[in-house]
Design a protein around this ligand. Structure first.
Ligand SMILES: Cc1cc2nc3c(=O)[nH]c(=O)nc-3n(C[C@H](O)[C@H](O)[C@H](O)COP(=O)(O)OP(=O)(O)OC[C@H]3O[C@@H](n4cnc5c(N)ncnc54)[C@H](O)[C@@H]3O)c2cc1C
Ligand code: FES
Length: 285
């Protein structure tokens, strides 16, 4: 397939000649949901103002879409860090406290990227780009940001004037000074993971229960090992194929996650989410 103009809107850019990963911090967020009993629809969209935000809304549900599903989001975190099971428990407890009559039947998670200066990156992919565009870094607000990006990119491709092009231009330099502290903080976090995660204590393989994974020491190196429900061990290299940070296991979602730029891999190392494009190398125990 060929095209004169290409828009890379794959969430994290699938090819990243502009090294946008240095300006995007990955954030994962959890969702719990359940059918709302008739008459109890909160009838609107709500968001809490506290630091650990929760959002509440309902959506059509059921074969004919006449029922409503309560959808609650919250507990955002950096992938590959912390205890995601405990986070799901906290979110579910909050949902039950506020909606005691709703039985939670679904749960999942979503990922987005926070740009270092908080403004999405929409426009030409890199300084030399003439027909390649990007739309990313919506920071969890991509439903509204996506509308803006669609209008902006349409104008750019068809040669129309658009007053707000400069604000979202991925090549922008003016905000570099303002962006510097959060840019440096992001790089410091990456460096901390790159070095610190290699010093993490590791459990013995024998201690891994079914459904769990961990980075363990073996044969003078480290392996990312997952024990499936049948007791079979699956071993891969813990070295993220993007830039070499060590992955960690998300036991609630059974995936290896990289804390540096948010790549995700299944228990056999296959890429679920970039920026990595190559699988984790298979290893033998
Ligand atoms: C429950 C929930 C509630 C939300 N509420 C709001 C809200 O109220 N307001 C708001 O503004 N935002 C909201 N968001 C956030 C919003 O949905 C995201 O910010 C937005 O979807 C991100 O858009 P995106 O285009 O960057 O990525 P995505 O929507 O993830 O789209 C990326 C697309 O690229 C495709 N893709 C990936 N890799 C490849 C590849 N290699 N080749 C080809 N295609 C590929 C994927 O299949 C996908 O279709 C909510 C999200 C969730 C989960
Ligand atoms: S995602 Fe960049 S090093 Fe893993």
């Amino acid at each position: 397939m060929t095209a004169r103009d290409v828009v890379v809107a794959t969430h994290y850019p699938v090819f990243d000649r502009a090294l946008l990963f240095t300006r995007l911090s990955p954030r994962r967020e959890l969702v719990v949901a359940g059918p709302v009993p008739a008459g109890l629809d909160p009838d609107g969209m709500y968001i809490t103002p506290e630091e650990d935000t929760r959002s509440v809304r309902t959506a059509p549900y059921g074969e004919d879409g006449t029922r409503r599903l309560l959808v609650i989001t919250g507990e955002h975190f950096t992938p590959g860090t912390g205890d995601t099971r405990a986070r799901f428990d906290r979110l579910a407890a909050w949902a039950r406290r506020h909606f005691p009559d709703v039985e939670l039947t679904h749960r999942w998670a979503t990922q987005d990227n926070d740009p270092t200066d908080t403004v999405p990156l929409v426009g030409p992919l890199h300084p030399g780009a003439k027909h390649t565009y990007v739309a990313t870094g919506f920071g969890g607000w991509g439903m509204s940001g996506g509308m803006m990006a669609g209008r902006l990119l349409t104008a750019q491709i068809t040669g129309e004037e658009c007053a707000w092009s400069g604000l979202y231009d991925p090549r922008r330099l003016a905000p570099a000074v303002r962006e510097a502290p959060s840019f440096l903080k992001h790089q410091a976090q990456v460096a901390k993971h790159f070095v610190g995660d290699r010093l993490r204590p590791s459990p013995p393989v024998e201690a891994l229960p079914p459904g769990e994974g961990a980075v363990v020491r073996a044969g003078g190196g480290r392996l990312a090992v997952y024990r499936d429900e049948d007791g079979t061990l699956h071993a891969v290299s813990p070295r993220c194929t993007h830039m070499g940070c060590l992955v960690d296991f998300n036991s609630a979602e059974r995936a290896w996650e990289c804390p540096c730029h948010g790549s995700r891999f299944d228990t056999d190392g296959k890429v679920i989410q970039g920026p990595a494009t190559q699988p984790l190398e298979r290893r033998h125990l």
